[in-house]
Design a protein around this ligand. Structure first.
Ligand SMILES: [Fe+2]
Ligand SMILES: [Fe+2]
Length: 185
């Protein structure tokens, strides 16, 4: 039921969710007790569940996920530089989460996608919206410590890195995206 390009895209989502879960999971393990530790733990468990949703969705469509080595997140850290404190970690995550929601929302606008893909996208988007919300709130609480200016400047820097990674990714996978007839770019 899935063609090669569709399978690739769903596998790409699965792989990205796994990377997100591992990244946030390591952070959650190293954090001191408190509200951020709690939300970060919920966050990484959501991403792990999303990886399962995609795995199960691909399976339901009679296919097997393609193994992909590098994920969007890996390139992110290369483009933006490794975050040096918690505010930067949350900042880069915030920008990344917005990209993910945007991508899933665009995908779900395509009319002829299988029902199971549509259901998976809607289910995941509910969680992704919460991810953006809790990080937004946590960054607000950090204003007295880091200053609003510095937080805004950091977000701008990460946003620019995001644009660069997205441009590179879409160029690299241009052929596939074209075949998917997606209004992804
Ligand atoms: Fe996710
Ligand atoms: Fe997320």
């Amino acid at each position: 039921m899935l063609n090669e390009n569709e399978l690739w895209l769903l596998s790409f989502y699965r792989s990205s969710e796994i990377s997100g879960s591992l990244f946030f999971g390591r952070l959650a393990r190293s954090m001191k007790p408190g509200a951020i530790q709690k939300d970060m733990t919920k966050h990484f468990s959501d991403e792990a569940l999303h990886a399962w949703y995609w795995t199960s969705c691909i399976d339901a469509l009679g296919a097997k996920p393609i193994r992909l080595n590098s994920s969007y997140q890996d390139q992110y850290l290369t483009a933006a530089g490794a975050p040096s404190n918690l505010m930067e970690i949350l900042g880069i995550t915030q920008i990344f989460e917005k990209r993910v929601v945007n991508q899933y929302a665009r995908h779900s606008q395509i009319e002829e996608i299988p029902t199971t893909v549509r259901e998976t996208l809607s289910k995941i988007m509910v969680d992704e919206k919460w991810h953006i919300q809790w990080i937004h709130d946590a960054l607000k609480l950090m204003e007295p410590e880091y200053g609003k200016d510095l937080i805004d400047r950091s977000l701008k820097r990460f946003w620019e890195a995001d644009q660069e990674v997205y441009r590179k990714t879409t160029q690299e996978h241009e052929e596939r995206l074209k075949h998917l007839a997606m209004k992804l770019i």
